[in-house]
Write a protein that binds this ligand. Sequence first.
Ligand SMILES: C[S@@+](CC[C@H](N)C(=O)[O-])C[C@H]1O[C@@H](n2cnc3c(N)ncnc32)[C@H](O)[C@@H]1O
Length: 354
Amino acid sequence: MSDSVNPDKLNAFIGKMLGEMGAAMGAPLVIIGDKLGLYKAMQGAGPLSAAALAEKTGCHARYIREWLAQQAASGYVDYDEATDRFSLSPEQAMIFADEASPVFMAGAFEIMEAAFRAGPRMAENFRTGKGMGWHEQHSCLFRGTERFFRTTYNHQLVGAWLPALDGVTAKLTAGATVADVGCGHGASTILMARAFLRSRFVGFDYHGPSIETARQKAAEAGVADRVTFEQAASKDYPGTGYDLVTFFDCLHDMGDPMGAARHVRESLAPGGTWMVVEPFAHDCAHQNFNPVGRIYYAASTLICTPASLSQEVGAALGAQAGEARLREVITGGGFSSVRRAAETPFNMVLEARA
Ligand SMILES: C[S@@+](CC[C@H](N)C(=O)[O-])C[C@H]1O[C@@H](n2cnc3c(N)ncnc32)[C@H](O)[C@@H]1O
């Protein structure tokens, strides 16, 4: 060991890395627990033996025992040595089992699966500078993204974010036309349609399979009479006279966000509002060197930046662009006022007016 190495610092770093390796190695097991309904089966069930959970879920008892041991070692479930039973506390259930909870996170692990799958191709792209379109990612990304962001939208969009925009809730209540661009599976579009019965909504996304899924989800939600979904890109979606145009976590994924801003301005009704929801970020990179920034920089490197680089212009804003850079893009598209209307640990909401 070199003299310049501080053994205490090294030991502390080794300890940190053990935690990192455990989390990364366990990520596929969270996905399995989510997919097979293991967490949901444990929710509210009280202490269960491995055999009981296996029986309840129709799974192989030996695998369930091993899975539970890893979950207990991770602190994701509790273990009682005296009875050899495992249980999911109310707090653990909010993270892993309850999709309606404001802190449900199991769905986000599907994004991690997509990131691993993108890894080999992205290693090559690091050399060539090529992009990787959203449509070229594994389908677990589309599901994972919907489930990750939907959690916040469910709890913020109708109750906090829309009311934070000047006069928008009143227009939606009275009956407005709304374009939700880059809508993915349409979680935000459907939520708004459920809340504002007199308004009409159209969701646009360049990714055809996401539009298909969004249509199915609108039908299941019983809002298909007021919500339509069409495949179209942000610079050429049809229609004008929209009272509200929304971009949820997608502006930075676009190759030409300023071109998109210009198109939004042309498509808005006089006095209309552009709502831009972006990942929360400070303006200087080093200010984002924290747990949320860490997750977003990883997604940005493997998903968002290559998505933008795969399209025309290739502006590559990245998922941590920050308000100042976003403001440049938005005003560059012809908007005269930009205001941060709301924020959460994961998102910031900008209101742009012509
Ligand atoms: C991170 S996802 C967000 C999806 C959805 N808004 C949400 O919040 O769950 C980014 C979305 O932007 C879409 N997208 C990327 N570039 C686009 C473009 N140029 N025009 C329209 N949609 C685009 C992708 O297909 C993807 O659905």
